[in-house]
Write a protein that binds this ligand. Sequence first.
Ligand code: OOG
Ligand code: MG
Length: 302
Amino acid sequence: MTDLHKLAAVLDEAARTGRAVPRPEQDYGVADAYRVQEELIRLRLERGDRLAGVKLGFTSEGKRRQMGVHDVIFGRVPESSAILDGSYADISGFIHPRVEPEVVYLIGRRIASPGDALAPGAVAAVAAGIEVIDSRYEDFRFSLPDVIADNTSAAGYVVGPWQPYDPSRWNLGVVLEIDGRVVQTGSTGAILGDPRRALAEAVRLALQAGMVLEPGWVLLAGAATPAEPLVPGARVRAEIQHLGSVSFTASVSESASASESASASESASAPGPTTPGASAETPGVSGVQGASERPGTSGEES
Ligand code: OOG
Ligand code: MG
């Protein structure tokens, strides 16, 4: 597609300003969509972000049905999108965030071929996780290429305490709670019929994208249940049988709520729409791991 760079820049800007954009008008294919994603990530890395790992999407029927999309997708997980387990995460910079429970694998060795994925130690550990997804498209609606271009809606992720990886434990109960109320239940067996397939699938899609999986990276295997809307103040908790639990609380920074109410009362004279969290590379600043060393925040807007 000719406007590949433009679409990447538009999606990057949408994520940074927390303002949704319309879906691209022109048709483009999956291969081009992955090129847009690569360019989008290149822009972030250029500002000093780093990759924390990779993710899969639409690995369960529940997610595919919810979003009306029917192929497994692959995305990149930026380090700056990490939210600490048990923390408060500022969600004021998100557009219309949702949360979903994830199985997270810790890559133990460099995986540069499908064979490497079978080697002992390929997976170093496993944990229960929560992913925050936030489509940069209006109304959270997209085609398969659109969502791939938008880095699979990746916006934040939380990882619980790492557990030893026991491949025989693949069919485990999953619960997602909001404010202590169970909102989704499922089984990790819903992930590609067996979550162990997630590694092979991630390796395949990574290789297609010209990447290898690096030791220390996370792999989000894809939600086993549909996602739930995330609202300010919500305490989100996911639990996976034998893997333990993980949680965070959604907060909104005071400056963001102040600017929101200011713009609401001055809407007639306001020069344009509010840009909540526009100064932050990603929302979730209060809970971001290593937030102090997050490069790209300083001077990025100047
Ligand atoms: C795309 C992200 C899908 C998953 O776990 O299935 C995903 C979306 O639903 O907006 O992360
Ligand atoms: Mg996900």
